[in-house]
Design a protein around this ligand. Structure first.
Ligand code: FES
Length: 321
């Protein structure tokens, strides 16, 4: 018999659960809300079906759009903008979790210009978030003209896969490998790991940018940093040597699926006990499990990757990636 796919809805038990998917019998977690007449979910929080009934058989309120004040906008080279945006303290607190992201857009543009962007840094004392945007296509180019205000929708949390592995880690030894735009979500992860007293080796690759843009966010006294070309033959050898010799408890890969797969192979061979966490690279469009653009086929099941926390190693083994 095949191994059961391990996945959980990122929004289960949150302020946004049950969501629209419950109304159409497409809930990711609850079998009753999938149209079945029995309960076989493995969710251990508040019963989603009961919440749905108490809410008058309706989804809870969806995430709202609001205007964030742009405190600073730094254009770096010809393909990077770093926005610093004022938000409420509670909104910033929601976004301190690794893997957090929001949709942003120029307020003068329509909703289909919404772009999902990782939170690089969230300060809940000041009520401030920092976002790094790679200027790469039509949507991101429109952000060059944003000045005083920016449209925001969120919070969302499924920007990385393997979140539970990361969130249960304390006083452990970790390897963080981040390239290009994935340096941004790596900062939020680093802050989380430092808060939990983990030892960190950070391999940074500027990718298509002129420079490593996260230097100001890294506490060098807590993190061993190495600048390198991760995808080169030499870079891959360095990663293998580090994995072989350091008995890491957790490894994070931020970058392309090719990078994720390479590191997955290194871990399988050299350190099978190491927990693996990766950036979620599926095409996220609505973020709500509605549009299907993020769908991924794993075994005989189709999952919505914007909502589903999937075990990365299994996804690379069995998924159509
Ligand atoms: S992004 Fe729309 S369903 Fe996942």
């Amino acid at each position: 018999m095949g191994r059961k796919i391990i996945y959980e809805c990122i929004d289960a038990g949150s302020d946004y659960c049950p969501c629209y998917l419950a109304e159409t019998n497409d809930c990711i977690t609850c079998s009753h809300l999938q149209g079945k007449d029995f309960c076989d979910c493995n969710w251990r929080g508040v019963c989603i079906f009961q919440e749905y009934m108490w809410n008058g058989k309706k989804a809870k309120l969806a995430r709202k759009n609001f205007m964030g004040k742009v405190l600073d906008k730094e254009v770096i080279g010809d393909n990077l903008i770093i926005f610093k945006i004022a938000v409420t303290k509670s909104f910033a607190r929601d976004l301190k979790q690794p893997g957090s992201y929001v949709f942003i857009r120029d307020p003068n543009k329509q909703e289909y210009f919404d772009i999902p962007m990782s939170i690089m840094y969230a300060d809940d004392n000041k009520g401030e978030i920092h976002i790094a945007v790679q200027i790469i296509g039509t949507k991101t180019k429109t952000l060059l003209s944003v000045e005083d205000e920016i449209n925001i929708r969120g919070p969302y949390w499924n920007g990385i896969l393997g979140l539970k592995e990361l969130k249960t880690l304390k006083n452990a030894n970790t390897l963080i490998v981040a390239r290009g735009a994935a340096l941004a979500p790596a900062v939020n992860i680093l802050k989380y790991l430092v808060r939990n007293n983990n030892k960190i080796t950070l391999l940074m690759d500027k990718g298509k940018f002129d420079n490593i843009f996260i230097d100001d966010y890294i506490d060098e006294s807590r993190i061993l940093t190495i600048d390198m070309d991760i995808m080169s033959d030499k870079g891959k050898l360095i990663i293998q040597e580090l994995i072989r010799n350091n008995n890491y408890d957790l490894c994070f890969s931020g970058g392309s699926d090719v990078q994720h797969k390479d590191i997955n192979e290194f871990l399988k061979e050299l350190s099978p006990h190491t927990r693996y966490v990766v950036t979620n690279n599926r095409q996220i469009c609505c973020g709500e499990g509605i549009c299907g653009s993020c769908s991924i086929r794993i075994g005989n099941k189709t999952l919505k990757a914007c909502k589903s926390q999937i075990e990365p190693a299994y996804m690379f083994e069995k998924g159509e990636i």
